[in-house]
Design a protein around this ligand. Structure first.
Ligand SMILES: Nc1ncnc2c1ncn2[C@@H]1O[C@H](COP(=O)(O)OP(=O)(O)OP(=O)(O)O)[C@@H](O)[C@H]1O
Length: 672
């Protein structure tokens, strides 16, 4: 029986804490209980806050955790094996229901290794309902009391395509639910009853979501306001390196596993960015994060529930490691990323000056940085590392320098117009017009996409996906403004008509990106020397190519010359890309532009190599011996691509001088 709202042990979310990360070790199944011996020892030890000194966190210690995590994994709360789902419900979910009726969206996301109890906890069964079913009971009775209506959507993400479980072949379905028995018949009979359909897939691992829409169509004061609570049962995390020789594990190919893991990393990157209050939240990196966007960003609350297997499980260890990083970053990582933003802005200013333009930019940020603390203390460096591992986009692109904070009025943010020779990432609206910079034509979806994107999916996405004007901004959820509510009407968001196209474009781009990743992950990746040769050849073709020039809109350039205040900021505009074959560029300029591009691609190849090479290949590099190679593999276990820029090599104990030396050697090999 679900507890009633009003219990005293509810967790109180507040505005500054949008993300709460909890853990649950699942109970033994009957079969497991039979095989337990008296000598079976728990593999997880938990330190509660009062045993943890000043920390308010729970710390988990797991058997065989890597030395890089000897301090354990921090979580906001931890539910023991014998604690019931009802306890999680009363403490964690009830406050979110109250908030949803108050206008705040919420996402409850369960992740963990395969068999860690995610489905049991989120969905459960008719006999033992999970969190979603318990919540529905409460939501329905509260909706009745307040005269609101409740609809649900059930979807599944397979091969990164979204299917509506209520009818995968038709446009997205929202089914109005009036009673809990009606809900049970929909929810617990997925794929078997006439109400629900089997998704046309052979995929045993997929993400499943329940989206509950609470709308106030009968409410005269706030008509058409919709708020959402999402329950997401993510596919189980599986270490990408544990596939069998033929690349298949549990019926899943290595490529598919990478794709699934990529969407898990994407959701953690989003949570991590929101947790750190970062200006850019990478919603666009997976379809799931797009679907959940308006229930993750803005004032929404996120509850990340990490499910753990009761017996030793390497995948559980890896998943807690991934999650703990999103949890730890709040304070230190904000300063770290802030620091990066600042230095990145400085670099851009300097490079602009080099190009002879006058610019001014400054960032006034809420949190001040104690850089020495970050770099000196061991913990600091560990946190720095953790953040780096999730920092998908190290350099803040000036076009993305949009300050977002709870108290915007106290902040000053300046847009730094861009003169760097970097083509900015396109926004969804701009995508179709933009030149393709990734090597894939945005207007030509891949064959795979054509074959796997039936019209019904686009329609589903049209309904499920919010259509924010900008990937960089989180969507505010405001009960007083229907345009910000869960359901996006085309009148409110004129851009929504372009979503299916834009989505295709997004997919095409991400498919390319994925192909690159797969290429990187390929065990048979060529050794560094071969890659260097490849770069050398690329250089030749690069030299033969047409120079790219980026033209700034006049008004933006004009703004550069004077100080810009927060209020003056105009929406950044994508610079016009011009292909000028006839324009004059001095040979020296051409040479330095091209050699700096060559340098960048060489560095990138080197990092790719570090992110994918095996131990022996790593040891063939100058400065990397047995110990460092092992540590690199350990880092890769925690994150698929731990090295995103050269500074990250400091994590493996290399000094700036050593890193330079390594790169010189690599570059020198080009001429051997
Ligand atoms: N608290 C619990 N008590 C007893 N049995 C449990 C508990 N939680 C999960 N189980 C059992 O453990 C098994 C795995 O659980 P479940 O299917 O929920 O895992 P999962 O994480 O969703 O797995 P997958 O990633 O494969 O979907 C099931 O047989 C389930 O009944």
């Amino acid at each position: 029986m679900a507890p009633k709202i009003g219990d005293s042990n509810c967790v109180k979310f507040n505005n500054s804490k949008k993300v709460r990360i909890i853990g649950k070790i699942r109970g033994f199944s009957d079969k497991e209980s039979e095989t337990l011996t008296q000598n079976s020892k728990p593999w997880i030890t938990v330190k509660k806050p009062h045993e943890n000194g000043a920390s308010e966190k729970y710390t988990l210690f797991l058997d065989t955790q890597p030395s890089s995590h000897k301090d354990g994994y921090e979580l906001d709360y931890f539910y023991e094996q014998d604690e019931e789902i009802g306890q999680i419900y009363s403490r964690e979910i009830k406050p979110l229901i109250l908030e949803a009726f108050d206008g705040r969206n919420a996402s409850i996301i369960a992740l963990g290794a395969k068999g860690s109890g995610k489905t049991y906890t989120i969905q459960g069964s008719q006999e033992k309902p999970g969190l979603a079913a318990m919540a529905m009971s409460e939501i329905l009775s509260k909706a009745k009391e307040l005269g609101k209506s409740v609809c649900v959507s059930l979807y599944e993400l397979t091969h990164d395509n979204a299917y509506d479980l209520l009818n995968p072949m038709r446009p997205a379905v929202q089914v109005c639910v009036k009673s809990i028995s009606e809900f049970h018949s929909i929810y617990f009979s997925q794929g078997s009853s006439q109400n629900t359909q089997k998704v046309p897939t052979d995929q045993p691992r997929n993400h499943k979501g329940l989206m509950v829409h609470i709308s106030s169509e009968n409410d005269e004061l706030k008509p058409n306001v919709v708020n959402k609570i999402n329950f997401v049962d993510l596919a189980g995390y599986e270490d990408p390196r544990k596939s069998s020789r033929d690349g298949i594990r549990d019926g899943i190919t290595a490529a598919e596993n990478n794709r699934i893991n990529k969407s898990l990393y994407a959701i953690l990157s989003v949570v991590s960015a929101i947790n750190a209050n970062e200006a850019r939240v990478p919603y666009r990196e997976s379809k799931l994060t797009r679907i959940l966007q308006d229930s993750l960003g803005g004032s929404s609350h996120i509850l990340l529930l990490t499910c753990l297997n009761p017996s030793f499980c390497q995948d559980s260890l890896s998943s807690i490691s991934l999650v703990s990083r999103s949890c730890r970053i709040t304070k230190q990582v904000l300063t770290d990323s802030t620091n990066r933003n600042q230095s990145s802005a400085k670099v851009k200013v300097q490079s602009s000056l080099k190009f002879g333009k006058t610019m001014s930019a400054s960032l006034s940020l809420k949190k001040q940085i104690d850089h020495s603390q970050l770099l000196s203390g061991k913990k600091g460096s560990c946190i720095l590392k953790g953040r780096k591992l999730f920092d998908e986009e190290k350099k803040v692109h000036p076009m993305q320098l949009k300050c977002q904070s709870e108290d915007a009025s106290t902040q000053k943010c300046k847009i730094l117009p861009n003169l760097a020779l970097v083509v900015p990432p396109f926004s969804l609206e701009e995508a179709p017009q933009d030149k393709d910079i990734s090597g894939c034509s945005p207007l030509e979806p891949t064959k795979d996409l054509n074959s796997q994107e039936p019209e019904s999916q686009s329609k589903l996405q049209e309904t499920l996906l919010p259509s924010p004007p900008d990937d960089n901004a989180t969507i505010p959820t405001n009960t007083d403004d229907s345009s910000h509510s869960g359901i996006y009407h085309t009148e409110a968001y004129p851009g929504i008509n372009s979503v299916p196209n834009a989505l295709l474009h997004f997919e095409a781009a991400s498919t390319c990106e994925e192909n690159n990743t797969l290429h990187k992950k390929d065990d048979s990746s060529p050794p560094l020397s071969e890659r260097i040769r490849e770069i050398s050849n690329n250089l030749k073709s690069l030299c033969a190519s047409t120079p790219l020039r980026i033209k700034m809109p006049d008004e933006a350039v004009a703004q550069c010359s004077s100080q810009v205040s927060y209020n003056d900021i105009v929406d950044p505009k994508t610079p016009v890309l011009e292909l000028k074959t006839a324009s004059y560029c001095s040979p020296r300029d051409t040479f330095s532009n091209r050699s700096s591009r060559l340098k960048n691609s060489l560095v990138q190849e080197y990092l790719n190599f570090l992110n994918s090479a095996n131990k022996e290949e790593l040891k063939s590099l100058k400065g990397i011996g047995e110990k460092r190679a092992t540590y690199i593999l350990e880092l890769r276990e925690e994150s698929p691509e731990p090295f995103k820029d050269l500074d990250d090599l400091q994590e493996i104990g290399l000094s700036t001088k050593q890193i330079k030396g390594m790169m010189k050697q690599v570059a020198g090999e080009l001429f051997n």
